[in-house]
Design a binder for this molecule. Structure first.
Ligand code: ZN
Length: 337
C-alpha cells in the first residue's frame, strides 16, 4: 500500500467467519459535517484457500451483479468455504442509490478513474481503496456489469486474452466452469472503448486474475443474465476450490467463444437524431449490413442517415435510448474466435 486510504472498513478482513459491515467513505457536506457514506460489504473467511473479490454496481444502474452477490452471501454455507470472499454488491454506492452510471456526488464514472486518488473526491477515494487495499488481498477478482441505462447486452462473460499456454489452460477451465452461454475474450486491462482507467487495469497492476462481463442492461434486471451470474459465481468458486457447491452443478453447453476486431464491429452515430435500429440482440450480422437509420429531429421529412456495421458477427449489444447524439454507441458485435 503506497498511501493509507481515507476509507475505513468496519469489518476485519483477517477474521474467520462471516461478517457484515461497511466501507466508510468520508463525506462532509452541508447536512452532515462529520458524515461518511457506508458502502455495504460482506467478508467470509474459513480455511487457507484463495481470496476472491466480487463486486457489482461499479456503475450504479446495473443490477444482475448486485442481486447475484446478495444471493451468494444470503445462501452461503460457511462450512463449505475454503478461503476468503470479499463481497461488495454496490461498489459505487452513491451511484447505485441514485440509479445512475456515474456518481451523483462528483459526476465521476468509477470505472474510468483507476487508480483513483487517496485524497480525491468520493469516487476517486473508492477507486484508490480498491486499487491499494482490496486488490492486494485478492487472488481473483470478478466485477459484474450490464449495459446500464444506455445499452442492452446479451449476457456475456468477458475473459482476458492470453498468448501464454499455461494461462490459457487455466482460463479455459474457468470459462468452462462459469458456463456463460458466450464468452468474449478481450484485453482485460481496458474497457470496450480502449480506456485503461478501468478496474481490470487495477487488477493487472496487482497481479490479480480478473474477470468481468455484461449480463443485461437498460437499467433493469435481465432474468437470463441473473441466472448466468448465479450459475457463474457457483461454478467459478467451485473451480477455484473456494466454495464447494451444495448440490452438483448442472452440466452446461460449451460457451460460445467470441472476439472483437475493432471499429468494424461497432456502430456509432455519425449525427444526432432518433435512432431506428435494424437489428436485434443475437442477430447474425454480415459485413456492411445496416445497423439502423438516424432520423433528423429538426427536419423529420429528410432522408434518414444510414449506419452500417463494417464487419460480420453476432449482435451482443444495442443502444436502448432512441434519441442519439453524434458519437453515441448504437451497438456492437463479436465474431467467433
Ligand atoms: Zn458497467
Amino acid at each position: 500500500m503506497s498511501e493509507t486510504s481515507m476509507i475505513t472498513p468496519t469489518v476485519d478482513f483477517d477474521r474467520d467467519g462471516l461478517q457484515f459491515g461497511a466501507l466508510r467513505v468520508p463525506h462532509s457536506h452541508n447536512r452532515s459535517a462529520y458524515g461518511h457514506i457506508p458502502i455495504p460489504v460482506a467478508v467470509a473467511r474459513r480455511g487457507s484457500g484463495p481470496t476472491v473479490l466480487l463486486t457489482g454496481a461499479n456503475h450504479g444502474d446495473e443490477y444482475e451483479g448486485p442481486i447475484g452477490l446478495i444471493d451468494l452471501i444470503r445462501t452461503l454455507d460457511l462450512e463449505r468455504l475454503n478461503g476468503r470472499l470479499i463481497v461488495i454488491p454496490a461498489l459505487n454506492y452513491p451511484a447505485f442509490l441514485s440509479a445512475t452510471r456515474v456518481s451523483p456526488i462528483d459526476q465521476i464514472n468509477l470505472n474510468r478513474t483507476f487508480p483513483g486518488k487517496r485524497n480525491g473526491t468520493v469516487t476517486e477515494m473508492i477507486a484508490h481503496y480498491v486499487e491499494s487495499v482490496l486488490l492486494p488481498m485478492a487472488d481473483c477478482a470478478i466485477d459484474f456489469h450490464a449495459g446500464g441505462s444506455s445499452l442492452n447486452y446479451l449476457p456475456t462473460l468477458f475473459a482476458p486474452r492470453s498468448d501464454d499456454a499455461a494461462e490459457r489452460e487455466k482460463l479455459d477451465r474457468i470459462v468452462a466452469a462459469f458456463a456463460a452461454p458466450r464468452t468474449l475474450f478481450i484485453d482485460g486491462g481496458r474497457a470496450m472503448s480502449g480506456e485503461d482507467r478501468v478496474i481490470g487495469a487495477a487488477a493487472r497492476r496487482n497481479n490479480v486474475f480478473f474477470l468481468t462481463g455484461e449480463f443485461g442492461g437498460g437499467a433493469s434486471v435481465n432474468l437470463d443474465g441473473l441466472a448466468v451470474v448465479k450459475r457463474g459465481i457457483a461454478g467459478l468458486l467451485a473451480e477455484l476450490g473456494v466454495l464447494a457447491p451444495k448440490v452438483p452443478l448442472a452440466a452446461m453447453p460449451p460457451s460460445r467463444r467470441l472476439v472483437m476486431d475493432g471499429p468494424g464491429h461497432y456502430a456509432f452515430a455519425p449525427c444526432s437524431g432518433m435512432f431506428e435500429p435494424a437489428f436485434r440482440l443475437g442477430d447474425e450480422i454480415s459485413a456492411g449490413q445496416l445497423a439502423g437509420v438516424i432520423h433528423d429531429t429538426v427536419q423529420p421529412w429528410k432522408e434518414p442517415v444510414p449506419v452500417t456495421f463494417g464487419a460480420a458477427g453476432v449482435a451482443l449489444c444495442i443502444r436502448t435510448f432512441a434519441l442519439t447524439e453524434a458519437g453515441d454507441c448504437l451497438g456492437h458485435l463479436g465474431r467467433d474466435e
